[in-house]
Design a protein around this ligand. Sequence first.
Ligand code: MLT
Ligand code: MN
Ligand code: ZN
Length: 288
Amino acid sequence: MRVRILGTAAGGGLPQWNCACDVCAASRATGQGRTQDCLAISGDATNWYLVNASPDIRTQILATPELTPGPGRRQTPLRGALLTSAELDHTLGLASLREATDFTVYATKPVLEALPTRGVIDPYGGIRWCSLEDGRLTLQGGLIVESIPLGHKRPRYAATAPWADDWVVAYRFTDPRSGGVLVYAPCLAVWSPRWEAALDGADCVLLDGSFFTDDEMVDQTGAGPTASAMGHLPISETVAYRSAYPAARWIYTHLNNTNPVLLADSAQRRAVEEAGAEIAADGMVLDL
Ligand code: MLT
Ligand code: MN
Ligand code: ZN
């Protein structure tokens, strides 16, 4: 399988339009930013799927040679998208894909029912919505994907929607030809046995790197919820598990713009690297 990491920032991107925290200020000074969390994945280098659809999706697709349309005038290698949540930073890009003519969006039932853009997009006619009922499917191009329920965190716009344990999922992609396994979880609230089972035999784990510490938002911006209140385990806690999976690449993504690991010379970045973990980069390619 081939994976293109299209974007690596949490909601707001880097820099965030209204933020002057240390990392956003450094990003403005160097001109080096990050687009919002999203992947493209393929089992055969011909049929591609998005995993999440960020508000930056147009720019991300244009920057990715594998996603260039053609040779037919309206032919695209993109077959669909899989969503890990209903959060706006993972779903607003769907509105930018409304010209699609044959495109399937996979997500859990609560996510599909909540999506505010769905009713807006439907009249354009080319997007099908498919509920991940049994949690396992084979994509065009041969990849097998399993969804792993991770939690009940609802987006703020759906705060009164019914409780369900699959508002947030991870995906485990297996390439039956190469045997490669990728696990992707940009929103991980709890280190559960179910999550540990998903990691079993993984070659690469792309996981929640939103915050380095639980109170980072308050420290960096003077306001805001804790990481745990937002359903994100901080890196300072999850990095301790890294040594239990020595055979896997361990890459943090969905990086909030307040996160000091984004500064190349920070102590937090060094701590991640010394633990044998990596920080994802926009445009990164993984072959598994
Ligand atoms: C999250 O990852 O916690 C959400 O995307 C935050 C948000 O945008 O409200
Ligand atoms: Mn997010
Ligand atoms: Zn910032």
